[in-house]
Write a protein that binds this ligand. Structure first.
Ligand code: FAD
Length: 411
């Protein structure tokens, strides 16, 4: 990919300089000059130039006619034959995108002994399931998976590819995008087909202060990763009435190519994260504590309320950074994205980076002594007050409502 300025058209007006977010353009002697080390080829200057003086040359890429790329694909991440929950969320949004593009929705699954996983996927409204089975793919290996998926996509040419922003998805989808000379938008929170027919990929940018909508107009496939719980899970096929969605999925077994299975890494053993009982991502209720707790010992009142509600314990980054609670509990941009039915934020101000990870919760209850805390802007219900009074009082009330002996409750 290269960018050039046509000196016969450029008059040095400087519109391109203003449009460039990476300060990659200077005007010297009435001619725009691109600083290639800073340029990320975003194309903003091309759109800004009124004299069509700047062009991005994509002819050097092995990109054929973009229209030859068809269909929406979801990467069917699995481990030990169990499909990752995010896949069913991607099927849901993928179905909408496929409908908007009037095309098929397919899932591609890599691994070994995938019968159970394929049957599970087939109960969801997908048109095709591409199954790539080989003993060498039984355990995830980034290099191998990257090579195999690249090869499959080169052949099948999907227009859109979605994967979970899981450890697996994050670690190899970028490699696939590089191999295919295309772009990848990580951690999308919104996906839709625009009037231009392109995939509009929205994600937080600049520390969550703005939502950026990113397009991939010049290359295919358009690739996105999406965090778990950002989109709802798809209904099963049997729950859908539309004929298109109710049709059986076509299952296509791909022929493995052993030449793709080389890898520089070796699988030794799989070790579960020790001491992490937290399942924040799947919890229906989360009680979270922040800096307002004042110290690690005070997480006790959060745990007590959580136990009473059958909830998981979350936290803000401030509490994690202070060493009050392990990172596994952190909610937010650099922690987990959660979408519980009820999220109770105790002594958390509601910084944008925290909100990014929890604002899709169905009901948000905020407890904060500062009535102007940003968390109240997104809260469904708010308690302005001291959490050391409100939280134990809530626990006590819930215990009483359950008929538990109130006098045993520590407040
Ligand atoms: P504070 O902002 O200090 O808020 C404490 C709140 O407690 C205040 O509103 C105060 O009024 C209230 N309070 C104090 N005492 C009481 C009391 N007795 N009763 C009731 N209320 C009380 N943050 C995250 O949470 N998750 C992330 O993933 C994350 N990622 C980040 C990524 C980047 C790149 C950056 C720059 C920041 C990130 N942050 C993240 C940090 C974020 O900006 C905030 O600093 C952090 O969320 C603040 O945590 P807090 O709300 O617990 O603390």
């Amino acid at each position: 990919m290269s960018i050039t300025v046509d000196p016969t058209k450029c008059n040095g007006c400087g519109l391109c300089v203003k449009s460039c977010a990476t300060s990659a353009i200077e005007v010297k002697d009435k001619l725009a000059t691109i600083i290639l080390e800073s340029c990320n080829m975003c194309g903003a200057c091309v759109s800004a130039c009124r004299f069509a003086a700047i062009s991005i040359d994509i002819d050097k890429q092995p990109v054929e006619d973009l229209d030859t790329y068809q269909g929406v694909w979801v990467f069917g991440e699995q481990r030990d034959g169990k499909v990752a929950p995010v896949v069913f969320e991607l099927i849901n949004i993928g179905r909408d995108l496929a409908r908007a593009r009037n095309t098929d929705l397919s899932v591609v699954i890599l691994g070994d002994d995938l019968t159970e996983a394929v049957n599970d996927l087939a109960s969801y409204p997908v048109d095709k399931i591409y199954v790539y089975e080989a003993p060498e793919l039984a355990v995830y290996d980034a290099e191998r998976y990257c090579r195999v998926l690249t090869d499959v996509m080169r052949e099948a040419k999907p227009e859109i590819v979605l994967a979970g922003a899981t450890t697996t998805g994050r670690s190899f989808m970028s490699g696939v995008a590089i191999n295919l000379y295309t772009g990848l938008t990580a951690d999308c929170t919104g996906l839709e087909i625009g009037e231009d027919g392109l995939l509009h990929q929205t994600r937080p940018a600049y520390g969550g202060n703005i939502m950026a909508t990113i397009l991939c107009p010049y290359t295919r496939p358009q690739m996105s990763t999406v965090r778990h719980k950002v989109f709802p899970t798809s209904a099963k096929r049997c729950a859908l009435r539309q004929a298109q969605d109710a049709a059986e999925a076509e299952i296509i077994h791909l022929t493995p190519k052993p030449t793709l299975f080389g890898s520089r890494s070796k699988f030794i053993e799989f070790v579960e994260t020790v001491g992490e009982k937290v399942n924040l991502v799947d919890a229906d209720i989360i009680v979270s504590g922040g800096r307002g707790l004042g110290g690690p010992e005070n997480f006790g009142i959060i745990r007590e309320l959580a136990d009473e509600l059958g909830a998981a314990v979350g936290s803000s980054r401030a509490a994690v950074d202070a060493g009050w609670i392990p990172y596994a509990h952190q909610v937010g941009q650099t922690g987990k994205t959660v979408c519980p039915k009820i999220y109770i934020a105790c002594g958390i101000s509601g910084a944008v980076q925290h909100q990014v990870g929890m604002k899709s919760s169905d009901i948000i209850i905020a407890i904060n002594k500062d009535a102007n805390a940003p968390i109240f802007e997104i809260a469904t219900h708010g308690f302005v007050g001291d959490l050391f009074e409100v939280v134990p009082a809530l626990t006590k009330k819930i215990k009483a409502m359950r008929g538990a002996p109130v006098e045993t409750c520590v407040v």
